[in-house]
Each structure stands twice: as structure tokens, then as C-alpha cells.
Design a protein around this ligand. Structure first.
Ligand code: KG4
Ligand code: ZN
Length: 357
């Protein structure tokens, strides 16, 4: 029996310091041996958003402990690690640098390969942590920093079909929550408040719903929510606004996903069509069930990572590391932090493209 690779993954691109050890079984199915996440919610709460300098400082304080805990929990010894994989981008440069330097230093001291991982590729592959998933598939990433539809053709092979031209979906949830007086990160709270409200009470805009293909836009929603919050007097009105926001998001995603299906089918001719959804907002149960229903309607197999692996974690980084290790895709120790690192580097930069669409 060959020794299976043991990979340490490290994540520090935003406000989670995380480390994970993974290996695989005889059939090549990944096994997560440990998955440690230290969140900085408490650090950023009073500022209503992530403060890069404080985030970086917190990563520096926690990284030794988090990595040590991941190794201890895995039941393996540090010398058994075959490669170290760190997120190199995209993200906040001061934050990325912490996990990247730590990973490079550890790899060098163990005399093992170092692997630079694209955080978005981690999300794209994350459903492989609990299911078999074959290429190609359509991928919707809905996180705090990104909102994109991608045709995933293989490891490192992506074609972007659509993207947000302004705010990311998680950002729209967090901004709405802030306007409703909910502490950062408020996204998950919107879903809870929405259950108690009337989803049809407020009519919110659905920017570029009928143009721009499967590109998306959420910035206009924030302005509309801001206007309404000025007149809100009761708790019930707050619930109604949360519910109306949640419904509007579902309607936008429903329409744009249908368009993305058409784009995907133009590019891929296989019978089995797979739709993968990941990123923090994929934890939203109503968004999940709406997209699942749409998949049934359109004959797609839907796949979501387990709720605890929708948000940022290092298991998904270690998983990309494992795949790259098997293909001997290693990186030099001078690999830079890449604050902007698109999965499809041929795709045009569309932020602020609203008027041109
Ligand atoms: O993927 P993630 O952990 O970090 C980034 O890479 O950005 O995503 C975090 C985002 C935050 O904006 C958070 O508010 C949002 O995902 N989020 C949710 C829910 N859970 C997390 N948004 C809506 N409903 C949820 N249940
Ligand atoms: Zn993320």
C-alpha cells in the first residue's frame, strides 16, 4: 500500500485564521483529519466590517496555535506532512502575507514542497470534501468578496460566465443587516429575521435583471434599503424588510442562474449537468432550497458543501493542495501574495461596468 499524501492547508485571506490536515483513502476520496477555524468576529464587530490591520494582527497572534492544533487533532506528526499549501490570494494583502509566509517557512524547514492556492479554487472544489464530483460543472460562488458563475473544466481551468459588477452578494447581506442595526457580520441574521416578516411588503429593485446576461448587480439594493430604513418604526417592519430583501435576492439568483444554465449548456454537451454552489451565502437555507428546486426543474444535479464548509476554511485549501500535489504543481518560495487573482484571467474586469452592460 502506497503512503497517501498528507497535506497541511493554511487560510488567512480575510478574517478567519484556519488550518487543516487532509489525506485520501485508497479510492482517492479526501479525508479531513482536522479542520481548525479561529474567527475574528469579535475583533471587527465594533467597526461594522473587517479592518485589515486588525485582521492581520489577529492572524499573527493566532496562526501558531491554529496550525499546532490542526496537527495535534489530526493524530499525525509534523514530520509526516508531505506538503504545505497556503492561500496566496485573492484577499487582503496584509492578511494573505501572514498565512503565506508561515506556510513557506514551515515547508522550507520540513524540506517539503510549498503550494500556493487560489482561495476561490478552494471554494470551487469544496463540495469534493463530501461528494464525488466530476468535471465539467457550473459553479456559483456567493461569498463576502465574490459573486460569480464559472464553467469549471478541471483543476486550474475556469471560464467565467458571469460576475457581479459591483457588490458581492455576502456584502449586500451584510450591508442590509447593518442598516437594520444588526452587528457585523449580519448576513446570517437576515435569514433568521426574514422568517418573521412579510416578503411582499417592500418592493426592492432587481438591478440588471433583464440585461447583462448572467452578470449580477446588488449595489442598488443597498440604496433602496437605506431609504426604507429611514421610515421604519416597528420591529415588524424590520422583519418585513429582511424578508423582502431575502425574497428579492432569491428572485435575482433564480433568473440569473437560469441564464447561466443556458450559457453552460452552450459550452458543454454532456448529459449529466452539475451545478455547484459554495461560499458563505450558500449556507442560506432558503437560497439553497430555491436553487435545489431550480435544479430539479432543469434537470441538474445540485451540490453544496456541508454548511460548516460553505464559509472560509482551510480544508478546502488543503484539498486544492492535495490535487496540486498529485499533479506535482509546486511553487517557489518567492511566490507573491496576490490580492487580485481571478480564476479566469482572460475575463474582463467588470466592476463599475453598470452603464456599459
Ligand atoms: O465565503 P465567506 O465565509 O468569506 C468570503 O470569502 O467572503 O463568506 C462570508 C459571507 C458574509 O458576507 C456573510 O454575511 C455571508 O457570507 N453569509 C450569509 C449566510 N452565512 C454567511 N449570507 C446570507 N445568509 C447566510 N445564512
Ligand atoms: Zn471565501
Amino acid at each position: 500500500m502506497n503512503k497517501k499524501p498528507l497535506i497541511l492547508g493554511i487560510e488567512s485571506s480575510c478574517d478567519e485564521t484556519a488550518a487543516s490536515l487532509i489525506t485520501e483513502n485508497e479510492q482517492g476520496f479526501p479525508i479531513v483529519l482536522s479542520n481548525i477555524i479561529s474567527s475574528q468576529e469579535e475583533v471587527h464587530k465594533e467597526f461594522g466590517g473587517v479592518v485589515p490591520e486588525l485582521a492581520a494582527r489577529s492572524h499573527m497572534e493566532k496562526i501558531d496555535w491554529v496550525v499546532k492544533k490542526a496537527i495535534d487533532k489530526s493524530g499525525k506528526k509534523i514530520e509526516e506532512i508531505d506538503a504545505v499549501a497556503s492561500t496566496a490570494g485573492p484577499g487582503l494583502i496584509v492578511c494573505l502575507s501572514v498565512g503565506l509566509s508561515f506556510g513557506k517557512t514551515l515547508a522550507a524547514s520540513l524540506n517539503k514542497p510549498f503550494i500556493a492556492v487560489n482561495h476561490l479554487e478552494g471554494h470551487a472544489l469544496s463540495p469534493r470534501l463530501n461528494s464525488t464530483l466530476n468535471y465539467p460543472y457550473l459553479f456559483l460562488l456567493i461569498s463576502g468578496g465574490h459573486t460569480q458563475f464559472l464553467n469549471v473544466l478541471g483543476l486550474g481551468k475556469y471560464k467565467r460566465l458571469g460576475t457581479t459588477i459591483d457588490d458581492a452578494l455576502g456584502e449586500a447581506f451584510d450591508k442590509t443587516a447593518k442598516l437594520l442595526g444588526i452587528e457585523f457580520p449580519g448576513g446570517p441574521q437576515i435569514e433568521i429575521l426574514a422568517k418573521r416578516g412579510d416578503p411582499n411588503k417592500y418592493d426592492l429593485p432587481k438591478p440588471i435583471l433583464n440585461k447583462g446576461g448572467c452578470n449580477l448587480s446588488f449595489a442598488g439594493l443597498k440604496t433602496a434599503v437605506l431609504k426604507i430604513t429611514k421610515d421604519i418604526r416597528t420591529e415588524q417592519e424590520k422583519f418585513d424588510l429582511a424578508a423582502s430583501f431575502q425574497r428579492t435576492i432569491e428572485e435575482i439568483l433564480y433568473k440569473k442562474t437560469k441564464l447561466a444554465f443556458i450559457e453552460f449548456e452552450k459550452l458543454n454537451e454532456q448529459n449529466k449537468k452539475i451545478f455547484v454552489v459554495a461560499g458563505g451565502v450558500a449556507a442560506n437555507k432558503r437560497v439553497r432550497s430555491m436553487l435545489k428546486n431550480l435544479c430539479e426543474e432543469k434537470n441538474y444535479e445540485s451540490m453544496f458543501p456541508p454548511i460548516n464548509l460553505c464559509g472560509d476554511n482551510a480544508a478546502m485549501i488543503a484539498l486544492v493542495g492535495l490535487e496540486k500535489f498529485k499533479m506535482k504543481q509546486f511553487n517557489n518560495l518567492d511566490y507573491p501574495a496576490r490580492p487580485r487573482w481571478p480564476l479566469d484571467n482572460t475575463a474582463a474586469f467588470l466592476k463599475g461596468a453598470g452603464v456599459k452592460l
